[in-house]
Ligand binder design. Sequence first.
Ligand SMILES: *Cc1c(COP(=O)(O)O)cnc(C)c1O
Length: 397
Amino acid sequence: MGNDQQSALFPTYARYPITMIKGEGSRLWDDTGKAYIDLMSGIAVTNLGHAPQAVKERLVAQLDELWHVSNLFHIPNQEKLAQLLTEHSCTDAVFFCSTGAEANEAAIKLARRYASKVQGSGRYEIITFEKSFHGRTLATLTATGQDKVKEGFHPLPDGFVYAPYNDFAAVQQLVSDKTCAIMLEMVQGEGGVTPADPAFIQQLAQLCREQDLLLIVDEIQTGVGRTGKLFAYEHYGIEPDIITLAKGLGSGFPIGAMLGKAKLTEAFSAGSHGSTFGGTPIATAAAIATIETILNEGLVKRAEEIGLYAIDTLKQRLADNPIVKEVRGKGLLIGIECTQPAGELISALQEAGVLVIPAGPNVIRLAPSLTIPQADLDAGLDAVCQVLAQKAAAAVQ
Ligand SMILES: *Cc1c(COP(=O)(O)O)cnc(C)c1O
């Protein structure tokens, strides 16, 4: 849609002047016929590439059988997906919803209800982190440690306090007799692709054990193979009490999930939480096919291997680039911190036919699909390095 036309949409997004009309694997095409190499996957959503065959077949088969029934009935696909997710994680039970924010809402509600109904402790406060991102509902934007998402939305719900990321002493300072949980990302995605320090995470896990606090790990961006483990917490040798998933879980079909330890199941009873669209036959079909494909095709290992290769390649080729401060990340969640605004670099890359995403003002985020062909990855990385070299040359003139 051209800028001269009046849009009937709320202006909640700063959209690029591009209209995509087709996607296949790690390629996208716009309405002028221009092709792009996709190094963003939606925002870490299309982890199997666009229109993956295995997911499509499962969806089509499910569309022929049953689209929707209420959660007042048993839904076999939910049982099957919950089995898959609990077998391959440290958790025992799953609640399904449709989005990431909704998964985090469920986690926040479960933490509070566990404290009130099971522990009887009356605790309700959750410690979260500066530069985190947990969603856009009132509770999850309050959990988010960034002021920009809160502007104009006060009064916000009570019960959230914020520590600097990777600062254990600051967390200790915030723990009180009101604290019920600590919630964080293993790699801060929106906040600039910042991985957590292993020692920090181990100290947090120990603190949670000692003080009987719940450890909630938001894996909405890092989960489902993205970081070279099925779940990013596995890099740290810890076991969260609650894990939240969404983005990559359904290959683009909306589905979210909250996974929890067995001890938490008694905190929720019939009627304490729910969602009309949570875990419909279609959504769970997409997620089952996604998880099975990732597991059966060894894509977690591939994410680890090509992730290491991509980070290595970028580190080498950008080492002497004066506008690049740091290359960091885990698996296929990669950040390039620059001295220039990410927006201009991203536009230049789009012109060159490569799609990446910002993460904060100065970081370019790469999140290619786990299935990206080596040739597309190489061409994409080459374009990133060339555009950054051109921008650096222009900066010294
Ligand atoms: C995207 C994201 C969310 C919010 O997910 P929505 O599906 O947009 O509600 C929450 N946490 C993290 C870490 C995310 O990356």
